[in-house]
Design a protein around this ligand. Structure first.
Ligand code: NAD
Length: 242
């Protein structure tokens, strides 16, 4: 495939790659995304996922929120796939500067990536909304229903719910990395969730690569489109990651 050859050349020539990804990066690890045909939007729930994981729903119906969150958003047994491993390897080789992710699963860090900007937080961090005490994912898994702190307060995951703002410092660092990127690889994201999706507008170069198995909202902005599964694609391009 000539697109793969082109991407391979760009990766070889570059030492300022930045990766920006979404839920599609983790589907090959068994974590469903939201908008593919087999994603969460196409499963039957009383409310769409965007409603359930919104701040107002969390406040009004914490039991229902946690039922969905525990069943559909916590995947403690998921392991990094070839995409996570390839990106970690490119960083270790001094070619990739940062992974900017909309994912909350911690799989980039599990693969060995060090500079990971989590725009939407992480299921691995949880805190008491009353006293601020921190809890791990394991702590949450050991509790049933709405997790409670020893002080009696409710524990909230450190994930950005719909209606909540993104951490401004993380957002600014992401903008800086994207501005300085020579190659920007955008993968496994439908590019419809803002403000995260708007980040690609800060890219100033002419090597914007979109890797996705389906068309995205911003295909017309890309310099190169590689269609397929991101784990298979990056696994082929970066040796010993497949
Ligand atoms: P999305 O569900 O809107 O889009 C996923 C995109 O990835 C789709 O365009 C789909 O075609 C593509 N895709 C799926 N599997 C792929 C694969 N193997 N290779 C290449 N492309 C693939 O995801 P989004 O844009 O990230 O937005 C969803 C929001 O939900 C995000 O804010 C994210 O935080 C959250 N979310 C996170 C996780 C996670 O942490 N793993 C999972 C589901 C949703």
């Amino acid at each position: 495939m000539k697109e793969l050859e082109q991407l391979k050349t760009w990766l070889e020539e570059s030492d300022h790659i930045v990766f920006f990804g979404g839920a599609g990066v983790s589907t090959e690890s068994g974590i469903p995304d939201f908008r593919s045909v087999d994603g969460l939007y196409h499963q039957q729930y009383d409310y769409p996922p965007e409603t359930i994981i919104s701040h107002s729903f969390y406040v009004r119906h914490p039991e229902e929120f946690y039922r969905f969150y525990r069943n559909r958003m916590l995947f403690p047994d998921a392991r990094p796939n070839a995409a996570h491993r390839a990106l970690a390897k490119l960083e270790a080789q001094g070619k990739l500067r940062a992974v900017i992710t909309q994912n909350i699963d911690g799989l980039h860090q599990a693969a060995g990536s060090r500079e990971v900007l989590e725009l939407h937080g992480s299921v691995h961090r949880n805190y008491c909304t009353r006293c601020g005490e921190s809890y791990s994912l394991d702590d949450i898994l050991k509790m049933d229903g709405v997790p409670r702190c020893s002080c009696g307060g409710t524990i909230k995951p450190d994930v950005v719910l719909y209606e909540e703002g993104l951490d401004q410092r993380t957002l600014q660092r992401a903008v800086q990395y994207i501005r300085q990127a020579d190659v920007l690889i955008v993968g496994g994201t439908s590019l419809v969730v803002y403000p995260a999706a708007g980040l690609i507008d800060y890219y100033q170069g002419n090597k914007l690569v979109l890797i996705n198995k389906d068309p995205t909202a911003r295909d017309s902005r890309a310099d190169l489109i590689v269609t397929g599964k991101i784990g298979e694609i990056l696994g082929q391009l970066v040796p010993d990651c497949g």
